[in-house]
Design a protein around this ligand. Structure first.
Ligand code: OSB
Ligand code: MG
Length: 399
């Protein structure tokens, strides 16, 4: 890594100098020398079921980006199947090897935020792009010996946590799970719902816990014809109903929001900051869930955050059953000011017998994650364990 000062600064750094206005401040230039893709297999402690299906194990897609002695890590949150979104692990992998990694390899950058422009020729594939961009942000933080959360512009020193509880085999099993998570201190319970696992379930939950902060997530399980049915949700005093209608829709959510007292939160529909602006302007939601993979990386996630903040729409950080690598990135993002609602960012042990970071993510009895001050994410990536869990690996280098 070269450290450049004043006059001999590199072309790529002009923007940095313009922004800081400090000519003398040294900045670090990173040449992207190698990108390694890995798939690791990680069984879930408990199966996870949404309106689109149940999974027992995750195929975790990790990327490591090597830049002159610094290695940044990223996680591609694309699923095992193209059910949550059209992207899935088998579309993300070749898109990365054939297009995205070659667009970055050999390039010189000083900031993670420069990655977007280099990959802009490829349309969509946001989760694949996010993995690479976020790895570069991580590398930048390490190179600058700064915590990633500070680099992102975060302010919070601890973040409030909620849990997302999947559809279970029985109502009893669900009630037991909720009791466990409340006992652990989580500040918001989110239940996955679908037709026939919704009002009946909410009646039981509310009769046992009248006052807990409760939300539901439908993952697009309903249509506008079911508005009368969705209005029944209003009686349960929910914090929000997440993504009730089509994954790619904003307009009809605006129609539905007019019919409901419960706040709609959009997840799948928000792919970039313009979507967020459109949703807010049309009244399609009162809350937005930000997933850094869904919007294509930290740079766009910050833009979505800012659009919402300007319009006084609170946001929270969504989860995609990440390993520690993606989880650590979610934690850093959640330190931004407008992440005022508890996120789906919970402890490693809810998902994994053993996580691939050290220390694992822990949540206090008060349902908070304390923000770490070390350079980078504050969580060390356990490369030895990752090597053991690797089932597929592809290394791409310059030249
Ligand atoms: O809609 O938020 C969602 C997991 C996979 C795909 C979509 C979603 C989820 C979750 C899990 O709700 C949140 C978590 O990581 O705990
Ligand atoms: Mg969701």
């Amino acid at each position: 890594m070269r450290v450049l000062k004043g006059a001999d600064r590199h072309e790529d750094c002009r923007s940095v100098f313009k922004r800081t206005g400090k000519q003398a401040r040294s900045i670090r230039i990173m040449k992207i020398e190698a990108i390694t893709l890995r798939e690791i297999q990680m069984p879930l402690v408990h199966f996870f079921e949404t309106s689109f299906g149940r999974i027992y194990s995750r195929r975790i897609f990790l990327v490591a980006v090597d830049c002159e002695g610094v290695r940044g890590w990223g996680e591609c949150v694309a699923g095992e199947d193209p059910f949550y979104s059209s992207e899935w692990i088998e579309s993300a992998w070749p898109t990365m090897t054939k297009y995205l990694a070659p667009a970055l390899l050999g390039k010189t950058v000083s900031q993670g935020r420069e990655a977007g422009a280099l990959m802009a020729r490829v349309r969509g594939h946001r989760m694949a792009k996010a993995a690479l961009e976020n790895a570069l942000w991580h590398a930048e933080a390490l190179a600058k010996r700064q915590p990633l959360w500070k680099l992102l512009g975060g302010k919070r020193r601890e973040i409030p946590c909620g849990v997302s509880i999947g559809i279970q085999d029985s109502h009893e099993q669900l009630l037991e799970k909720i009791a466990t998570e409340l006992g652990a201190g989580y500040r918001r319970i989110k239940l996955k719902v679908k037709p026939a696992w919704d009002v009946n379930v909410l009646e039981k939950v509310r009769s046992r816990w009248a006052d807990i902060t409760l939300s539901v997530d439908a993952n697009s399980a309903y249509t506008l014809d079911q508005t009368q049915h969705l209005r029944e949700f209003d009686q349960f005093n929910l914090l929000m109903i997440e993504q009730p209608l089509w994954n790619d829709d904003i307009y009809y959510h605006a129609r539905l929001q007019k019919e409901l007292r419960t706040a709609i939160c959009l997840d799948e529909s928000i792919e970039h900051a313009r979507d967020a602006a459109f949703a807010v302007e049309t009244g399609a939601c009162r809350i937005i869930n930000i997933k850094v993979g869904r919007v294509g990386g930290f740079t766009e996630a910050k833009k979505v955050h800012d659009v919402c903040q300007t319009n006084r729409v609170p946001v929270w950080c969504g989860g995609m059953l990440e390993s520690g690598v993606g989880r650590a990135h979610n934690i850093a993002l959640s330190t931004l000011e407008n992440f005022s609602l508890p996120g789906d960012v919970s402890a490693s042990k809810r998902y994994w017998k053993e996580d691939i970071i050290e220390p694992e993510v822990e949540v206090s009895r008060e349902g908070m994650i304390a923000i770490r001050d070390e350079a980078g994410t504050g969580y060390r990536v356990r490369e030895d364990l990752i090597e053991k869990l690797t089932v597929r690996k592809e290394e791409l280098r310059v030249g």
